[in-house]
Ligand binder design. Structure first.
Ligand code: UD1
Length: 422
């Protein structure tokens, strides 16, 4: 079994660039399916992470030609998509496989996938995706986890999402590009990655307005063409790095970031005592004595992101006084509490709330396991602050969303490496 080994206790210092955003590039890769012009689409700034590799495999299984030029540059040719189903193994490997539903319905009029089911952070249904696609005229049948959808013609319609779901907003947006007439999505999610999807699709020839607000209007159908597009920087990777500076008392300069995407995070980190300076595309973060926070509540954007809840908990484990974290987005996203406690953190949890009493030091010599992507990142952060050795099992979860995290941290002076088993 692979593991990440950290000898912590050193303040991180130096400069780093954030990668392209995982949560932008995945829906953008699914949206490529809509382009039947035969022209290539080039995606730049794609992070080299496991979820991107899985999405490449999914696209290839549909007939898409994928070329990796290196350095985050991927080239896609979608001229020959004839298959409308993806195998169970690929559906299960990544929840974002559901993103292909909207674009395949629009392109081929049919799609078959396996629902992603529950996952490590909670139940995560896809009812809102399906309801949105039905509102555009898709007939959807579910047999256990197998979902089959068909729609000889999609028709624009008005959809009011019960919750501002990021994935459902994106899936419906993509289907609507191929639908006849106008689609209006109300109570849409407002995440920057949705704006990026709009920018990408409009660049290829779509007619979408309103992303970033809670009402999005899509006029279809649009004929798309090829082109070259650079995805936005990953605000969650950037936030993780700011916290790495905070937890180690370090001083780092982050480049290739969009500070306004991190407003809620920066506000909380400042409240916790960190010094953060911002420029147009950079952030400088200095850690000092951290203090606890009364209330960190995860919310849809522009609120505090659920994807940084676990790393924030690691940080607050070492902050003076008491803190409270409320996980309001997912129903099972506090699994890292047990692992942080193994490292000596004083945390109690009930329902979706965790109460943290800061300690002066965490304990060296422990072995913990990453239960999911962001929980894994939280453990790496905690380990960076521990004088001595910590081992983190199941780093494959971390690889889903961080492009070579150990190497990035090592560049900032951390002693961290991966031990591979053969
Ligand atoms: C996306 C992000 C993920 C992030 C999450 C919330 C991607 C690839 N992933 O996930 O990193 O943690 O947004 O910011 O962009 N829900 C339903 N029915 C649905 C869909 C969602 O009840 O059909 C619920 C979910 O269970 C959850 C809430 O809505 O409680 C928000 O989920 P959603 O915004 O859809 O998250 P994802 O798109 O899956």
């Amino acid at each position: 079994m692979d593991k990440i080994v950290v000898y912590g206790g050193r303040p991180l210092t130096g400069e780093l660039e954030a990668d392209g955003a995982k949560n932008s590039v995945l829906p953008i890769m699914a949206a490529l399916i809509l382009n039947d012009s035969g022209e290539d689409i080039v995606i730049e700034n794609a992070p080299n992470i496991r979820d991107v590799r899985v999405m490449c495999k999914i696209l290839m299984s549909l007939g898409v030609k994928v070329t990796d030029r290196g350095g985050g540059c991927l080239v896609f040719n979608t001229a020959n998509i004839t298959t409308s189903s993806i195998p169970l193994s690929l559906s299960k490997e990544m929840r974002s496989s559901v993103f292909i539903m909207g674009p395949l319905l629009a392109r081929l009029g049919r799609v078959q996938v396996y629902g992603p089911g529950g996952c490590a952070i909670g139940s995560r249904p896809i009812d809102l995706h399906l309801r949105g696609l039905r509102a555009l005229g898709a007939r959807i049948e579910e047999a256990g986890e197998y979902i089959s959808a068909a729609s000889p013609v999609l028709k624009g319609g008005e959809i009011h999402l019960d919750l501002p779901s990021v994935g459902a907003t994106e899936n419906v947006m993509m289907a609507a590009v191929g639908a006849q007439g106008e689609t209006i999505i109300k109570n849409a999610a407002r995440e920057p990655e949705i704006v990026d999807l709009q920018t990408f699709l409009n660049f290829l020839g779509a007619d979408i307005r309103g992303a970033g607000t809670s009402t999005i209007r899509i006029k279809g159908p649009s004929l798309l063409r090829g082109g070259s597009y650079r995805v936005i920087p990953d605000r969650i990777v950037a936030g993780t790095m700011l916290m790495a500076a905070g937890i180690t008392g370090g001083n780092i300069l982050l480049r290739n970031v969009i500070p306004r995407h991190l407003e809620a995070v920066i506000a909380k980190l400042r409240e916790a005592g960190m010094e953060i300076e911002e420029g147009e595309s950079w952030l400088r973060a200095r850690g000092s004595r951290l203090k606890g926070l009364d209330k960190v509540k995860t919310q849809a954007y522009p609120g505090f992101p659920t994807d940084l809840q676990a790393p924030m908990m690691a940080l607050l484990s070492l902050a003076r006084g008491k803190s409270n974290i409320y996980e309001e987005i997912f129903d099972g996203r506090l699994k890292h509490v047990d692992e942080l406690r193994k490292l000596g953190a004083r945390i109690t949890s009930k329902g979706n709330r965790a109460e943290i009493t800061g300690v002066a030091k965490l304990l060296p010599g422990k072995v913990v396991k990453a239960t999911d992507l962001r929980a894994g990142a939280a453990l790496v952060l905690a380990a960076l602050a521990i004088q001595g050795k910590t081992e983190i099992l199941h780093p494959e979860h971390i690889d889903r969303g961080y492009d070579n995290l150990e190497e990035k941290l090592a560049r900032l002076g951390a002693e961290v490496f991966r031990v591979r088993s053969f």
